[in-house]
Design a protein around this ligand. Sequence first.
Ligand code: LHQ
Length: 265
Amino acid sequence: MRSDFQHLLVRQEEGFVILTMNRPEVLNAFNDLMLEELTEATEAAARDASIRCVVINGAGRAFGAGQDLHGFATVHASGEPIKVSEHLTKYHRLIRLFQEMPKPVIAAVHGVAAGISCNLALACDMRIAADNARFVEAFARIGLVPDGGGAFFLPRLVGLGKALEMVLLADEISGSEAERIGLVNKCVPADDFDAFILTLAQRLAQGPTRAYGLIKELMYRSLDSDLQTSLQLEGEMQDVAMGTVDHRESVRAFLEKRPANYTGR
Ligand code: LHQ
């Protein structure tokens, strides 16, 4: 994977990659280039079979502050009619990549995660927060609706009532509160955060990657399915999972009373 990006750091580890949004002077607010670079690197990570887990985080003191508002001021000043929906499709591509890549994607959130940065974290498979994390569905603060899949993911994670409270009031949610309401999987002390993320990514990268990909597909497709469709799908997915090298290896390992050695095949 190329790593000479302007606003993205790429740290390649054994079996996983950490993609770090890198515009710390504006709390990693998105400009067009950072979005393009994150999308390109995510696509490369999705394609690369040697990468079995992807971590997304932010440089400096934050995860991300949403869309860069400086660009908004320029657009408003131009007096041109504003059609942001086309621009949003670029974020939608990234969200679909997170969902569709057959390997786990972790959002590692420290400091503030606001606006579309917050919602990109919600589109990842797992979210780990540092105890200094601040989640803000900032949209209503500037008279906008939640974008970046927020209306889809947020109520599914925290329930409709809490989701509406978060988007209507746009108040900050701390890391510990985020854990309590199910917005994140775990809140970790800031001092232990980097080590925790590395250990988790390593664990997932050493797991049964084919099964992880099938699990993602089954779970995400079931969200929009009726029971019968989901039951049908689980059978199809299990047929595939039963044929994987990792499944056979894990059964052998169980019978031989030793840890399984998953190769992701
Ligand atoms: C920023 C930003 C920022 C530029 C901090 N832009 N500079 C809509 C339409 C289309 C496409 C995609 O998405 C969207 C949805 C969106 O995401 S709209 C944007 C939503 N985000 C916001 O409204 C957040 C605006 N920022 C804030 O409210 C605060 O900065 C937060 C609460 C994030 C952090 O507060 P503090 O920790 O007190 O930091 P700060 O305000 O001092 O910010 C530090 C610097 O970062 C500062 O620059 P400066 O030169 O004064 O040091 C800010 O201007 C800059 N910054 N967010 N989105």
